[in-house]
Design a protein around this ligand. Structure first.
Ligand SMILES: Cc1ncc(COP(=O)(O)O)c(C=O)c1O
Ligand SMILES: N[C@@H](CCCC[NH3+])C(=O)O
Length: 443
C-alpha cells in the first residue's frame, strides 16, 4: 500500500495499491482502495494499524505467478490475525507458524493442516504435540534432541513429515539480529560440525518420521537475489550428499523467506520476479550438474507479503524545537514499532488530513514512551507548520509491527483496521486499559 501525496485538487490521500514493478516505492499511484485515511482516524482513533486486503492478496498472487510449481508459504510471524489467516487460506498459500499461539489462530480459521509448516528452535513438547495432533504438513527439525522428542509424540500408525533446518553458512539480512544463515547463530543444524549428517541419520532411524527435505532461512530484509542463489546451490549439494550417503533422494527444498521491501522512497525491494528467476536458475542448474531431480520448492515470504500492505496512523501530540532538532511527538512509538530501536530500521512519514503550503523541514518523529531511544523516524520531511492534532501516516508497517507490539508503559496495542472495496472494518480491536488490568491478579 503506497501513500498518495496530496494531489493538485487538495483531496485527502486515499489508499493506493502499488503493483509489483521493478521497484517497490511510495510514489504517487492511482487510488484503488477508496478509503480516506481521515475516515479511519475519525472512526477508529489513533494510533491504528491499517492493512489493505487487496494489496496482501495481490502480493500472494505475485509470488504464485512467478513460482507456479512451488509452495508459497506465508510466514505468520510477520503479521497474523484471523482475518490475515483467512486471506492466506483463501489465496491457497501455506502458513509457516512458529508457536502454539500462531498455530491456534490458524486452527481457529480452519486453516488446512497439510499446508502448515511448524518452525522453532525451542519448540516445547506441548507445541510439538499440538502440531502433530492438528496434523501439520511439515515440522522443521532444528536440533538433534528434537528428533526423538518428536518421534515419541507421533501416534501409532502415523508418520510425521519433517524437514531439517540446515545452516548454509551465508551472511545475509539487514541487521545482525535478523541474520540466520551463518554459523554462530541459534537456528538450524551446522553442516560443518556434522550435525546435519547426524540429524539425517537419526530421522531415518525413526519409523514415525518421514524425512521429505531440507530447509534453510538466510535472514530477513534481503534486497538482492545473490544470497539466495548461493543458498540454492549449497542446499542442492546437501541433497546430493544425502543421496550419495544414504541412497535416498529427498523430494523437497524449502528456501525460507527474507525477501526485502522498500521502507523509504529511494529504496528498492527484491521483487518476486528477480527472486524467482535467480533461484529457479540456480536450483535447475545445480540439480542437473549433480544428476538430481529438481526438488519441489517451498518459499516462506513474510515481510514481502504483509509489509508494504500496512501503514500506521498517529496523532501529533507535541512539537518541540530544540537547539539541534525539531521533535514531532505522536501518540504511539516503540510499543507499536520496536524496529528502529531493535534494528536501526528507517521509516518515512506523511502529514495527512490537511494540506500545508509551507516547505517541509526535517524533523525527528518520536513516540510517547519513557525512553530517549523511542524514535519512529529520523530526518522526516514534514511541513514546517506541523502542529498538535495533525495526523501522520507511516507506510510499510504491515510486517513485524502488530506482531511485535508490546504494552510498554502499559500502553494498549493499536487496533488493526482492514480496508477493502472502499470500506474499512476493524479486524483486531484496540487493547484497552481493562485488557491490561485483567491479567494483573493483584495481591
Ligand atoms: C523460518 C523463517 N521463514 C520465514 C521467515 C520470514 O521472513 P521474512 O518476513 O523476512 O520474509 C522467517 C523470519 O525471518 C523465518 O524465521
Ligand atoms: N523481526 C524482524 C524480522 C525477524 C524475522 C524472523 N526470523 C524484523 O522486524 O525485521
Amino acid at each position: 500500500m503506497g501513500l498518495r501525496q496530496h494531489d493538485q485538487t487538495g483531496h485527502e490521500p486515499r489508499f493506493a495499491t502499488e503493483p509489483w514493478s521493478a521497484t517497490t516505492r511510495f510514489l504517487p499511484v492511482a487510488a484503488t482502495g477508496g478509503v480516506p485515511l481521515m475516515d479511519i482516524v475519525e472512526r477508529f482513533g489513533t494510533p491504528a494499524y491499517v492493512v489493505d486486503e487487496a494489496d496482501v492478496r495481490g502480493r500472494c498472487h505475485a509470488f504464485r505467478a512467478v513460482l507456479p510449481d512451488a509452495d508459497i508459504v506465508y510466514a505468520a510471524k510477520a503479521f497474523l490475525c484471523r482475518a490475515m489467516a483467512t486471506w492466506i487460506r483463501e489465496e491457497k498459500l501455506g502458513l509457516d507458524v512458529c508457536s502454539g499461539g500462531e498455530l491456534a489462530i490458524a486452527e481457529s480459521v480452519g486453516f488446512p493442516a497439510e499446508r502448515i509448516i511448524f518452525h522453532g528452535n525451542a519448540k516445547t513438547p506441548h507445541e510439538l504435540l499440538e502440531a502433530v495432533n492438528y496434523g501439520v504438513g511439515r515440522i522443521v527439525v532444528d536440533n538433534l534432541a528434537e528428533v526423538t522428542r518428536l518421534a515419541m509424540l507421533v501416534p501409532p500408525g502415523r508418520r510425521q513429515k519433517v524437514l531439517l533446518r540446515v545452516i548454509p553458512d551465508i551472511e545475509a539480512g539487514a541487521h545482525e539480529a535478523i541474520r540466520t544463515g551463518g554459523e554462530g547463530q541459534k537456528f538450524g543444524l551446522s553442516i560443518a560440525s556434522g550435525d546435519t549428517a547426524a540429524a539425517v541419520a537419526r530421522v531415518l532411524l525413526q519409523p514415525e518420521l518421514r524425512l521429505v527435505g531440507l530447509h534453510c532461512h538466510l535472514g530477513s530484509q534481503i534486497r538482492t537475489a545473490e544470497p539466495y542463489e548461493q543458498a540454492a546451490r549449497i542446499m542442492i549439494e546437501q541433497l546430493a550428499h544425502i543421496r550419495d550417503a544414504y541412497g535416498i533422494v529427498l523430494p523437497e527444498l524449502d528456501l525460507g523467506g527474507g525477501q526485502g521491501i522498500a521502507y523509504l522512497e529511494a529504496e528498492h525491494g527484491l521483487t518476486p520476479d528477480d527472486y524467482a528467476r535467480t533461484v529457479l536458475k540456480a536450483v535447475e542448474e545445480r540439480s542437473a550438474a549433480l544428476n538430481l531431480p529438481v526438488p519441489r520448492l517451498t518459499i516462506e515470504p513474510g515481510r514481502s507479503i504483509s509489509g508494504p500492505a500496512g501503514l500506521t496512523l498517529y496523532r501529533v501530540i507535541a512539537v518541540k524545537r530544540s537547539l539541534t532538532r525539531t521533535f514531532v511527538a505522536v501518540d504511539g512509538g516503540m510499543s507499536d514499532n520496536p524496529r528502529p530501536s531493535l534494528y536501526g530500521a528507517r521509516y518515512t512519514a506523511r502529514l495527512i488530513g490537511r494540506r500545508s503550503a509551507l516547505a517541509p523541514r526535517q524533523v525527528t518523529l518520536v513516540g510517547h514512551h519513557c525512553e530517549a531511544g523511542d524514535v519512529i523516524a529520523e530526518s522526516v520531511p514534514l511541513p514546517s507548520d506541523i502542529r498538535p492534532g495533525d495526523v501522520i501516516a507511516v507506510p510499510a508497517t504491515g510486517a513485524y509491527h502488530h506482531s511485535m507490539a508490546s504494552t510498554y508503559n502499559l500502553t494498549g496495542r493499536p487496533p488493526v483496521i482492514a480496508v477493502a472495496d472502499g470500506a474499512a472494518r476493524m479486524v483486531v480491536r484496540r487493547e484497552e486499559i481493562d485488557d491490561l488490568l485483567r491479567r494483573d491478579v493483584g495481591l
